[in-house]
Design a protein around this ligand. Sequence first.
Ligand code: F3S
Ligand code: F3S
Length: 105
Amino acid sequence: PYIIAEPCVDVKDKACIEECPVDCIYEGGRMLYIHPDECVDCGACEPVCPVEAIFYEDDTPDQWSGYVNANVDFFNELGSPGGATKVGQVEYDPPFIKELPPMAS
Ligand code: F3S
Ligand code: F3S
């Protein structure tokens, strides 16, 4: 699947949500996360992110490799809801993301 990495933190542009045909991009406290099982690898979200936060998981830059697991761990409690719209924002981020300093410019 595709994943969302650190440039999304405190930015949350959400242009990606508009492009996803399966509504698998979920909103956490500080960033958004792609559901690893619901994503169908269409790739439509990747070019529209204005801060280039979205990567195919194997192409994730090394400094953000922890975000591959973050996009999995975010769903530990949520499971597979089958659509982000009905879930809405979840006030959760994996701990290393929650503890980042403020990132907004
Ligand atoms: Fe984040 Fe980019 Fe989407 S900033 S919300 S990944 S468009
Ligand atoms: Fe949706 Fe992007 Fe996957 S548009 S299906 S999250 S590659």
